[in-house]
Design a protein around this ligand. Structure first.
Ligand SMILES: [Zn+2]
Length: 57
């Protein structure tokens, strides 16, 4: 199952709107996976990487 969600964060590359895609974790995967993707320039980053950046600021 895959969910998409608009997020209120600007793209770090072009400042455009972004949305996130999240895969529900199957039983054999420990963590769910999610990406943030820009609607304008297709920039993408993993949500985990984004969180790490927030923590290291
Ligand atoms: Zn962008």
């Amino acid at each position: 199952m895959m969910n998409t969600l608009d997020i209120p964060l600007p793209c770090p590359s072009c400042g455009g709107k972004m949305y996130s895609i999240r895969y529900e974790a199957p039983l054999n995967v420990l963590r769910e996976r999610s990406w943030q993707i820009c609607k304008n320039c297709d920039f993408e980053q993993q949500t985990d990487d984004f969180k790490k950046k927030l923590l290291t600021v």
